[in-house]
Design a binder for this molecule. Structure first.
Ligand code: ADP
Ligand code: ADP
Length: 228
């Protein structure tokens, strides 16, 4: 059951200008439900570009993106936005939680925006917070949480609407190593619980080694580093 498939993706910035950069030069990647792929790449190699194309936030110059069985190039802009909201969960290095709302409310709000009734949204928020060991922090605002706790809440928020794929850009990048380990465990629990597909960009090779597969972005192409 392939959730995301990228075929021969090419992407340049400032094409035809003196400052043109060819970032992706024929990237292929398939991710199955329940599979967690580590994306490792030196800074500037095009990790964010790749994740944004995979998550329908940006478009490739050429190549195909298939998400949850739909060929993205054939969809309208409106349909792409709907697919992104329904099927993709994003996690960034910095959590971007809403400071005036509690942890639980930060997880409830995206569900309400998606038409989930109050009660169901609250129940799901409580379930997700429980999975990452933060039930006792549900009424706290972000400023009252540690960095690691904030990031765990951000994971729950990304999964609030039960997406099919999780895309994460250095999700533990600004945490100290011991917090980072703990927070990564929470991420794994959420992914396994939801049988999610995931592409997790990380510089941390120990964390990468705990995923199902490692791919490396090098000179615009994806190279398989290990097979299970
Ligand atoms: P990474 O996430 O691996 O650090 P990015 O995907 O952010 O890499 O960027 C890859 C390359 O593309 C970098 O050289 C960066 O400077 C360039 N780049 C990224 N976004 C733009 C943009 N909007 N316009 C021009 N160049 C860009
Ligand atoms: P830890 O105990 O995990 O080291 P801290 O409480 O020291 O966590 O906070 C970690 C980081 O999160 C700090 O850089 C802090 O400035 C930042 N931070 C704290 N509250 C917020 C907030 N509401 N929004 C954004 N960043 C915050």
């Amino acid at each position: 059951d392939i959730v995301l498939s990228l075929g021969d993706i090419c992407k340049s910035y400032n094409r035809g200008k003196p400052n043109a950069v060819e970032v992706l030069r024929g990237v292929d990647l398939s991710v199955q439900a329940g599979e967690l792929v580590a994306l490792v790449a030196p800074s500037g190699a095009g990790k964010s570009t790749l994740l944004h194309i995979a998550g329908l936030l940006d478009t490739a110059d050429t190549g195909t993106v298939t998400l949850a069985g739909e060929d993205i190039a054939k969809q309208s802009e409106r349909r792409r936005t709907a697919l992104r909201r329904r099927d993709v969960g994003f996690i960034y290095q910095f959590h971007h939680l809403l400071p005036e709302f509690s942890a639980a409310e930060n997880i409830v709000l995206p569900q309400l925006a998606n038409g989930v009734p109050d009660q169901g949204a609250g129940t799901r928020a409580a379930h997700l917070l429980d999975l990452v060991g933060l039930s006792h922090r549900s009424a706290h605002r972000p400023a009252e949480l540690s960095g690691g706790e904030q990031q765990r809440v951000a994971f729950c928020r990304a999964l609030a609407n039960d997406p099919k794929i999780l895309l994460a850009d250095e999700p533990t990048g600004n945490l100290d190593p011991s917090t980072s380990d703990q927070v990564f465990d929470a991420l794994m629990t959420l992914v396994r619980d939801g049988r999610l597909a995931g592409v997790i960009a990380t510089h941390n090779l120990e964390l990468a080694a705990r995923m199902d597969r490692i791919v490396r972005l090098e000179e615009g192409r994806l190279i398989e580093v290990t097979a299970p």
